[in-house]
Each structure stands twice: as structure tokens, then as C-alpha cells.
Write a protein of this length. Structure first.
Lengths: 256, 256
DNA sequence: CCTTATGTTTCGGAAGCCGAAACTTTATTT
DNA sequence: AAATAAAGTTTCGGCTTCCGAAACATAAGG
């Protein structure tokens, strides 16, 4: 999967695809995986055998496969060593406490999707499905549009011309002119708003985060149900830039 | 590496070994990995290339490798789908709150090591290095000795004769007779104690957990600094069996 | 009991991996 | 700044080892 570049090891790539597959569905069976990925049954069998022997997957009683304890262990390790998350989680926690809504920090990955690098859940009963490490489309999210607005113009043009931008809700921006106008607006105002553009009822506000060289490399956002968010929007818009500046300050003073 | 069985895919096994290596040291460089694992530099290069393309590792500025966001994502997913942890974490949290010490649940893996399947940290400033998914030797831990004491006699004999049991502290039990006497004592009393046998200053109490068929499949423990633990030992010994029974009850009523 | 689905094993052919060595880039020393 | 060393990247041929069809075993369902 991904691009088949010349150094890519097919066997390993397939194995990782199987692991991803197991992770996504939680309870995959051999045949399911084989069909989903279009990989020969025998091959999947051997991959699962190897993954299991190394603790990366485990069989349940019902002979389905789950992620193994190795994955849990490494996941914790990865979080612990994830410099950005460790640096900003305190700030995000304060932000979440202040408004009682979930806060996120995200950046654009190679495919111009938003990658969540830090997140604090609100205590609220309605939980978002977002997680650290997850990615989502840029054109229909507050952080995504915020990052697109401050992207290198050449790359932005490439992104916009690549498309398409599937409609998710009534308010999704789906055409290039709409998006260009929106990004211009975001640059002028300094913040981005996702008004139920990816999911009905979900409202988000995001601002860019710059590094010490003045480059926008990330965005932070607050997300919650529209009904609750709308009343607080102006306070949030006032607070978010302070958060971004605080993150910049933390980066500057961080060791290394 | 592990055992080389006939269905094992060497390439995948090596790739997982590389991933483990990156996870352990946090900041491995290509050459380091190659030397640590004894795998050809070129091969490691290709593995890292593939792992990186799939988001399993990422390069730092200093061209060292860290675990990638995919690992974080899967780790969280794995924890969420980990039935045992989800089932018992509430009980362990109560236990930890009651005594203000870290609680663990563990079982024996294929190599008769203790695998931590659930854990709640105490609020105390001294944090233990244990983590869910981690394994540790059985002969010098409270949970481990507890599980050995209730192991199938045949397998136990095999384990004891395999040895060796390296000394970790002054109180480590290192000989088979010592261990056999200890296990007998554990069976009689119903609980196991680790009196600084694996780490100086670390004191643990553990009891077995049975399933609905009466088989011991896990152990739960409380761990903390000896100085603090010794005063509360008798209360802990009184409380732990209740915890074990509660876990049995939860298992019985759990869906599936 | 027969049928269908799923998982396991075998085996030959060929794809893809391995690894030495050459080359490039980055770091360290003189 | 030049020279040396170390780390990383690329090439290429040989041969391991992986793939996949098909047969076999086992479990589930009618």
C-alpha cells in the first residue's frame, strides 16, 4: 500500500497493512483480512502467525485476531517519547478545563491530512472519536483549514487542484473557489471555524501555532457540540491565540 | 528472532525486531540498530524505510528514529479493545485509592514471565516503571510467585529445572529448594509477598484470581516502597481476596 | 450426514530479499 | 580548510524465501 518506492519491502508492508486492519476492526478474522486487503489467504496466515509469535496480535477464543500486548506497550512508550504531546498537554488541559470542551493540536502530514499529535478530552459525556495519531481530511476541519491557510502557496495550489472534496454535511465547502475564499478569510481573521462541516452538530475553532522562526507548523483547536460552542465562541477566539503563544514559549525553552 | 518455526516470515520478524529496538531505546540510529540486532545495515535501512513510509517510525531532526504516530494510535486502540483491562480497571482504581499504592493485574505468558495486563498508578510521586504490556521474571515478584504457586505441577517442574534465577537483591530467592518452600507457603497462606526480592525498597503483596471454572489465571497485587507498605500489609492481605472475588464476579457477568 | 466456510499444510516456480561493495553525505580531526 | 572517519544511501547479482494454487483438515451450519 502507500506508494511503492524502490526500497519498500513488500512483505513487511503487507504485514503492517494486516496490523492496521486488525487495529481498525478490533476483531478481524483471517478470511476477512484477506478479503479486505486483497492478499492471498496463505500469505495472511503466515503474516498473522509471525505477528502473533512476536506479540503484536493475539487470538481471541472465537479465533479472531486482536492487537497484542506488544502494541499496547509500544503505544505507551511512543506517547511518553512524543515530545510535542509531552510539551503541550499541560496547556491543552488548562484550555479544556477553562471551556469544558475537548482541545486538540494537529499538523499536516505528507498527504496534507490533519494528524492529531495531542488531545485532551473534555469531561463531558459526549466523547469525540478523535485520538492522538489519527488523521482526518484538512478541507473540512478547523485545524485543517487553518493549516491550509498558512501552507506554502505552491503546495496549497497542488492540494486544491488534486481534490476532490466530498460533501460530508450541508455546510461542507466542496469547491475550490469556496475554499480559497474561506482560507483568505482565515488569514485575515487569524482563526478558523468548522461550522458542522465534517459532522453534523460538531463545531470547532482553531488558530495557527508558529515556531520560533515564525513558521506555522501546527494548529490548536477547541471542539464541541454546536449548541454549547456558539455561546462561547468569542471568548474562545480571544483565548486561543494566547494558547498558541504559550506553546511557542514552551518550545523555545524546551531542552534541545 | 523468537523461535524459528516453519511459517515464520523472516523479513517480517526482523522488521518487528527493529520496531522493538526503536521502542526500547527511544532514539535509535540506523547503525545502532544494525549492531544491536546483528542485522545487515542495508537490510535495516530498508526495514526502517518501510516502517517510516507506513507511519510506524519517524525520523527526528538528529536522524535518529522514534516510534511513529501509527504506533500511538494502535496502542490506544489496543487498550480500548483489551477486554481484561477494561473490565478490571475500575476495581484496581478503587484498590489504589484505598491504599494509595499502585495496583497491578498480571498473568503468565508462554515463557512463564509475568505479563502486566492492567495497572493503576498511585498518585504518589514515586512512580514505578511498570507498564501494561510489560513482562518481568516470575520468580522474584509477588504476582509471579503467586502464579507459579498455582501453576500446573508439570509445567512448574519444567520452569524450576530450567532456571537460572539470578540474584537481584539480598533477599532474592535463587535456589529451587528456596522457591519450592516459598510456593508451598503461598499456597497455604493464599497470598504472596515480594519483600524487595527484585528491587531494593520495593514491597508487593499479591493474591491469585480464579475464573468461573476455579482455575487461577491471573494475580492482582499492590506495590509500594517497603517503608510505607509494611504498616498496611495486614489490611492489604485482608482486602486483596475481596478484589479477586470482585474480578471473578465481573468476569461472570461480562457480555460474551 | 452432507455441505459450506474457514483455517492449515504442502510444494514448485519465481519474485524479492540479502549483503558486499561502491558511492554520497555528514561529522570529526588535524 | 583539508583530510579522515563515520553514517547513511544506492547498485547489482545470486540465491534464499516468499508467494499462491490447490489439496487437505477442521469447524460450523442446514
Amino acid at each position: 500500500m502507500t506508494k511503492k518506492n524502490r526500497y519498500m519491502l513488500d512483505t513487511v508492508s503487507n504485514a503492517l497493512a494486516v496490523l492496521d486492519c486488525v487495529a481498525e476492526s478490533g476483531h478481524s478474522t483471517l478470511t476477512q483480512i484477506s478479503e479486505t486487503l486483497g492478499i492471498n489467504k496463505t500469505v495472511v496466515f503466515r503474516i498473522l502467525y509471525t505477528l502473533e509469535a512476536n506479540g503484536y496480535v493475539a487470538k481471541t477464543e472465537t479465533s479472531a485476531y486482536t492487537l497484542g500486548h506488544r502494541v499496547i506497550l509500544h503505544g505507551q512508550q511512543a506517547l511518553k517519547h512524543n515530545a510535542i504531546h509531552q510539551r503541550v498537554k499541560g496547556v491543552l488541559r488548562d484550555l479544556t478545563t477553562q471551556f469544558n470542551e475537548s482541545s486538540h493540536m494537529g499538523l499536516l502530514d505528507d498527504s496534507a491530512n490533519v494528524l492529531i499529535v495531542s488531545k485532551i478530552d473534555a469531561a463531558a459525556t459526549i466523547q469525540m472519536s478523535s485520538q492522538i495519531g489519527k488523521t482526518m481530511p484538512a478541507y473540512c476541519s478547523a485545524m485543517g483549514k487553518c493549516l491550509l491557510a498558512h501552507m506554502d502557496p505552491g503546495k496549497l495550489k497542488e492540494y486544491l487542484s488534486a481534490g476532490p472534496f466530498p460533501r460530508k454535511t450541508l455546510t461542507t465547502l466542496t469547491t475550490v473557489p469556496e475554499l480559497e475564499r474561506e482560507l483568505q478569510l482565515i488569514r485575515e481573521r487569524g482563526y478558523a471555524i468548522d461550522n458542522e462541516e465534517s459532522e453534523e452538530g460538531l463545531f470547532c475553532v482553531a488558530v495557527p501555532v508558529t515556531n520560533s522562526r515564525g513558521q506555522v507548523y501546527a494548529a490548536v483547536s477547541l471542539s464541541g457540540p454546536s449548541t454549547r460552542m456558539i455561546n462561547k465562541t468569542s471568548q474562545i477566539i480571544a483565548q486561543l491565540p494566547l494558547v498558541a503563544r504559550e506553546i511557542l514559549r514552551l518550545e523555545a525553552e524546551s531542552p534541545e
